[in-house]
Design a protein around this ligand. Structure first.
Ligand code: FE2
Length: 246
């Protein structure tokens, strides 16, 4: 009996020129992502080998746990940009925004209109993995009323919505955009998350894509992304990320 190895398309053939990764944790020592400047540069070089040269990285802003501010984030961004130039890496467009947990602190920043945007007032938001905020639809409304466009990071990772698929549709109807984690398609977060990721894609509920890379291991897992099934699921929306190019 013959066994055929499933063909995996290399990532630099999958991502179109101009693709912007809008979710990652590549700035050193300010969240659970990169641990130092060397790691930041190594991760960015790896993105480049995947054909991704436009990156808007998104450190967590989460209560007193990760109390990042635009000043802290921009200072680290500057540091990494300088090191890229120092190492003669000039073909990477590195920018920064944030991944906002929908907590009390977020609401204060929202009312002060002091949020870091991906571009054109799009902001990346996340929820607790345990419970969604009870008033999530009011929060979405408030975000929009203050002039921002919410993108929910990795909707497929919220297990509490898996058996309430109609909630996803309700969130979309409320004007919330969805960003899928590419790692969900290689089974990194388990088979349930993988299944929901595919279901969301098949129902045309995903607007944008992100890697959510925190470390080298994530990048290694991403290498398996280019199966023909994943490629056909991703192809129709890969270019949506072009709008974030700066
Ligand atoms: Fe993240």
């Amino acid at each position: 009996m013959l066994f055929f190895k499933k063909k995996i398309i290399p990532l630099n053939k999958l991502f179109p020129e101009g693709f912007v990764d809008i979710h990652s944790h590549l700035l050193p020592e300010i969240d659970d992502g990169s641990k130092n400047i060397e790691e930041s540069i190594r991760l960015i070089k790896n993105f480049r080998s995947f054909g991704i040269k436009n990156i808007t990285t998104t450190p967590h802003i989460l209560g007193s746990f990760w109390p990042n501010t635009p000043e802290i984030i921009n200072e680290k961004l500057d540091l990494v940009r300088k090191e890229l130039i120092h190492q003669n890496i000039t073909d990477i467009q590195l920018n920064a925004a944030a991944e906002y947990m929908l907590d009390e602190k977020f609401m204060r920043l929202l009312y002060d209109k002091n949020l870091l945007t991906l571009k054109d007032n799009y902001i990346l938001i996340e929820l607790s993995y345990i419970n969604p905020p009870e008033n999530i639809f009011n929060i979405i409304f408030d975000i929009q009323a203050n002039g921002y466009k919410p993108i929910l990071a990795h909707p497929e990772r919220y297990l509490f919505y898996h058996y309430k698929f109609e909630k996803y549709k309700k969130l979309k109807d409320a004007g919330c955009y969805f960003q899928l984690n590419l790692l969900s398609l290689v089974g990194y977060y388990g088979s349930e998350v993988n299944k929901t990721a595919i279901q969301l894609l098949k129902n045309n509920l995903i607007d944008f894509l992100g890697s959510d890379v925190h470390n080298h291991s994530h990048l290694q897992h991403l290498n398996r992304l280019g199966s023909s099934k994943n490629v056909s699921l991703l192809k129709p929306i890969l270019e949506n990320n072009f709008i974030f190019k700066k």
